[in-house]
Design a protein around this ligand. Structure first.
Ligand code: ZN
Length: 278
């Protein structure tokens, strides 16, 4: 791909990412509240006045209104523009990292996967739940992704055998994810005598396994457990959390999955190499 095409793709990814991020804000706020994500249009949660189109411009809109509702002057959280900017960053990462090597359709799937992970992570932080509607829809789109990947030829070969192989790859990944997390949850109950994990975590692991396959779901869980343990230890050591308080595991799984999406192949190869397996 020419440099100019690559730069165009990256710019487009940033613009689309910021707009999608604006929609993700709506999803993060409305799904746990049981509200429709399509209706009504964006409005101030305090005075319920509909936002003017110029206030809806991602990131910039928030600065235009100086972080306050135009009508009732209630402060609007900085989290909104931050999520828009972060989504733009994630989409840029996909374009910059995979842009030259994969078909556009697959890049769109990766952007969708990262969007699902971001929404689930933030809802888990906010409400300590992972809504079934999101983990299940994410799993189904993961299945469609595996079929598309095989049909696009991006996986190497393009035939019926590779479609069934990739489907199997995803389905085994989903089973490994749900089984491992269920086992960890049970172990937590037996050894720690407390609920170490929410009921939604195995479903999120199944979704990630469907997208990334069984090798990467193992890597994801390893990364999530390592970072989760570290953050938990720091939180307890700095007294920002007492021992009985729960830390949601979903955000760590999402982070592990994002790292595996970008660096999984290289990390697994290094890991096996380290043990002299390949
Ligand atoms: Zn208002």
């Amino acid at each position: 791909m020419l440099l100019i095409e690559s730069l165009f793709l990256q710019g487009l990814a940033i613009a689309i990412g910021a707009c999608i991020g604006s929609f993700l804000n709506v999803v993060i706020y409305r799904i746990p509240a049981g509200l429709s994500i399509l209706h009504p249009p964006s409005r101030c949660p305090h005075c319920l006045r509909q936002l003017a189109p110029r206030d809806n411009i991602p990131v910039i809109g928030w600065f235009l209104i100086k972080g306050k509702c135009r009508y009732c002057h209630t402060p609007v959280s900085w989290r909104y523009p931050a999520i828009e900017a972060f989504t733009a960053f994630l989409f840029w990462c996909v374009a910059a990292y995979f842009g030259t090597s994969l078909p556009i359709l697959i890049l769109c799937f990766y952007a969708a996967f990262l969007s699902w992970l971001l929404v689930l992570a933030l809802i888990d932080i906010d409400t300590q739940t992972l809504p079934n509607s999101l983990t299940q829809s994410g799993l189904v789109i993961g299945l469609i992704y595996q079929v598309s990947l095989a049909s696009s030829g991006a996986s190497g070969s393009s035939n019926v055998a590779s479609i069934s192989n990739l489907l199997l790859f995803g389905i085994i990944g989903a089973f490994v994810g749900i089984w491992l997390l269920d086992t960890m949850r049970l172990a937590g109950r037996i050894f720690l005598q407390k609920e170490a994990m929410g009921g939604g975590d195995p479903k999120l692991a199944a979704m990630i396994g469907m997208w990334l396959g069984w090798q990467n779901i193992l890597l994801t869980i390893m990364i999530a457990s390592a970072i989760g343990t570290l953050v938990g230890a720091i939180a307890i050591a700095t007294k920002s959390l007492d021992k009985q308080q729960q830390i949601p595991f979903g955000p760590f799984l999402a982070l592990g999955a994002a790292i595996s999406l970008f660096f999984g192949k290289a990390l697994i190869a290094n890991y096996l190499n380290w043990f002299g397996i390949v």
